[in-house]
Design a binder for this molecule. Structure first.
Ligand code: ATP
Length: 246
């Protein structure tokens, strides 16, 4: 079993290639419980691939990767049971209502809850009562994110993976989403968020890691009440984007 030092997400010297294209090359990253790490990097830097490796969709060529001590490369099902994953375009069922979506997705995860618990989670996620029994067909992206995060809340898993969660959300919906994310973190969840949204990352993350040429090249932590220096981060991010290999 990989050594994770108690960290729900532990990646050490990971290498991964698609054919001859080396995407991850010595990637090391840990995400402790009750914390949010934002993973930034240029297009093609390997951010989504990192999430795919944690979910066991792709296997590493070298290095170690662990979700709550489980190697997703050898036991993807066990790793996935500990993960809630929000892809960039949340896959929900258009013809089902918000409550029905939650009910169905929880049943698939073998974690059924009663209606009262589901509606309480939808309310906690900020979805208005009148939307609970409406079909998703007419929902905005922000409303869909709320349904998805409610399901993540209900699953009570130790790890939450997010791929570009705020892309396409307006500032108000982004602020709501970030507030919700802090609630999830404060319940003890380890959150890894892939994003291009530096402002949102700086608002919500405890740590911002920059991925470049397949490895973390810089890792900035917010200390105490000190938040991040957006200008410095922005300058750093521009340099990273300008020098990427992919
Ligand atoms: N299934 C695959 N087969 C082959 N190459 C792939 C596959 N998935 C991703 N890649 C390539 O691996 C590299 C990293 O892709 P990845 O999606 O992880 O980057 P990313 O950092 O998430 O980028 P973006 O910010 O554009 O979403 C890219 O060059 C991409 O084309």
């Amino acid at each position: 079993m990989p050594d994770n030092n108690g960290n729900p997400i532990a990646i050490h010297e990971l290498a991964l290639a698609y054919g001859n294209h080396r995407v991850l090359d010595g990637l090391s990253l840990t995400v402790p419980a009750s914390s949010i790490t934002a993973l930034l990097g240029g297009n093609g830097a390997g951010k989504s691939t990192t999430l795919s490796a944690l979910l066991g969709f792709v296997r590493a060529d070298a290095g170690q990767i662990a979700v709550c001590g489980i190697d997703p490369g050898t036991d993807a099902d066990a790793a996935r049971r500990r993960i809630a994953y929000l892809p960039e375009n949340v896959a929900l069922y258009e013809h089902l209502s918000a409550v029905e979506n939650a009910d169905y997705l929880l049943a698939l995860a073998d974690q059924r809850q009663d209606r009262g618990t589901i509606t309480a989670a939808l309310a906690a996620a900020g979805l208005q009562n009148r939307a609970w029994d409406q079909r998703l067909g007419g929902f905005s992206k922000g409303m869909r994110q709320k349904v998805a995060i409610a399901v993540a809340l209900l699953r009570e898993v130790p790890v939450l993976l997010l791929d570009e969660p705020t892309s396409g959300l307006d500032p108000r919906a982004t602020a709501d989403f970030n507030a919700l994310l802090l609630k999830v973190r404060d319940r003890g969840t380890a959150v890894l968020m892939v994003t291009h949204d530096l402002l949102s990352a700086a608002d919500v993350a405890d740590r911002i890691a920059f991925l470049e040429q397949g490895r973390i090249v810089e890792d900035v932590t917010a200390t105490g009440s000190e938040r991040f220096d957006i200008r410095a981060l922005h300058a750093r991010f521009q340099v990273g984007v300008g020098t990427r290999a992919a």
